[in-house]
Design a protein around this ligand. Structure first.
Ligand code: FPP
Ligand code: MG
Ligand code: MG
Length: 369
């Protein structure tokens, strides 16, 4: 997304804060072992989208103004006691900026492990860490990132935020496991049922298979976004109406983000995406485009059942998905979640940051990488 048509460019609004992000993460990853440092820093040397820290910073900017008493914390130190560079941006607290860094570290840890599980060879237009350094080092680098993120999290001195982000880490693993052992007859651990459901084809989306897919998607993608947005407002000292809104916004946007990711797997090229395409079918996964397509072409059901394991299954499934309305329906569902996300933040005072949070929903829908 070029951002050319948008009124407010989030990257401009947060220029300084975003440029500090990678520098600060690098400082949090200092280690006695030079190779460990190299491998754990590897994905940060590539151009990521920084979606999660961007959202944490924008939510902070959009809500911290509503504080009764605005208290700016003392600058945080790294483990060797050195002060970090401070951005002078008015409404982002140092703890919120650190939260943005922690969020990106947890996300990157999950990518290091994910690329091993998915046997992926490319990410961000370059070799994956496992391809470059081997599985053992990629796994350990992911563990190291999680550990250093946990240290930084503890230093925020906010137990509610520690609990939220610790829960995110278990949700990531649960989501990955739900995907590995895809079985919708497993009892679902329902998340936040009081939230309004979003529908394109209500009957299908109420089916156990679709519910399982959405639940898995929440666990592997939306939980991190939802809970880190919520944590930003907790650090900002906001009341429950605002912390709930931030959670719900992040959850809905996170679901939309992964729906689009699953759609792009069918329609973009590896060159555009910077990572393998057509990957999900080969991994045996029936994502939203396939579930919608199977509703239209039931001959897909046995292929889904056997996880596209027979010769030719992947090609047949891909053809049927492209022939069906599956891609379009997935985009519609993502749009519906984005609309819900926009509704969620109507309770925030109007601000440039709130406008940016609204415009990000558009970028999520139109992105090609
Ligand atoms: C990317 O999905 C992967 C995730 C969103 C989460 C992966 C989680 C784990 C591997 C569990 C371990 C977690 C931690 C915190 C160490 P994808 O494979 O659909 O996307 P991709 O196309 O970017 O690879
Ligand atoms: Mg994966
Ligand atoms: Mg993957």
């Amino acid at each position: 997304h070029s951002g050319s048509g948008s009124v407010i460019n989030p990257k401009e609004l947060l220029g300084k804060d975003l440029s500090l992000l990678t520098d600060n993460i690098r400082k949090l990853l200092g280690s006695g072992h030079p190779v460990l440092e190299t491998v754990s820093n590897y994905y940060f040397s590539k151009q990521g989208k920084h979606v999660r820290p961007l959202l944490v910073l924008l939510v902070s900017l959009a809500t911290t103004k509503q504080l009764k008493t605005q208290e700016i914390d003392k600058p945080l130190t790294n483990n060797s006691g050195i002060f970090f560079k401070e951005s002078k941006t008015e409404f982002i607290l140092p703890t919120q900026r650190r939260l943005a860094e922690i969020t990106e570290m947890i996300h990157t840890a999950s990518l290091l492990h994910d690329d091993v599980i998915d046997l992926s060879l490319t990410r961000r237009g370059a070799n994956t860490a496992n391809h470059e350094f081997g599985n053992k080092m990629a796994i350990l680098a992911g563990d190291f990132l999680l550990a250093r993120a946990s240290v930084a999290l503890a230093r925020l001195r906010n137990l509610q935020v520690v609990e939220l982000l610790a829960t995110v880490i278990s949700n990531l693993v649960e989501g990955e496991f739900m995907q590995l052992r895809n079985n919708s007859s497993n009892p679902l651990q329902k998340f936040n049922q009081q939230l309004p459901p979003v529908f394109v084809n209500e009957q299908l989306e109420n089916s156990p298979d679709f519910q399982y897919y959405i639940e898995k998607t929440y666990m592997k993608t939306a939980s991190l976004i939802a809970k880190s947005c919520q944590a930003a407002t907790i650090l900002g000292g906001c009341d429950e109406a605002i912390t709930d809104a931030a959670y719900s916004y992040g959850r809905n946007l996170g679901l939309a983000f992964q729906l689009v990711d699953d759609m792009l797997d069918f329609v973009v090229t590896e060159n555009e995406f910077g990572k393998p395409v057509n990957a999900d079918l080969s991994l045996g996964l029936a994502t939203a485009p396939v579930l919608y397509a199977a509703n239209e072409f039931p001959e897909l059901l046995p292929l889904i059942e056997r996880k596209f394991s027979q010769d030719g299954d992947v090609a047949i499934a891909k053809e049927l998905v492209l022939k069906s309305k599956g891609i379009e329906k997935t985009r519609q569902l993502a749009k519906a979640y984005c609309d819900a996300a926009i509704q969620d933040i109507q309770v925030l005072e109007p601000s440039r940051a709130r406008t940016a949070l609204i415009e990000i929903t558009e970028a999520v829908l139109t992105r090609t990488k």
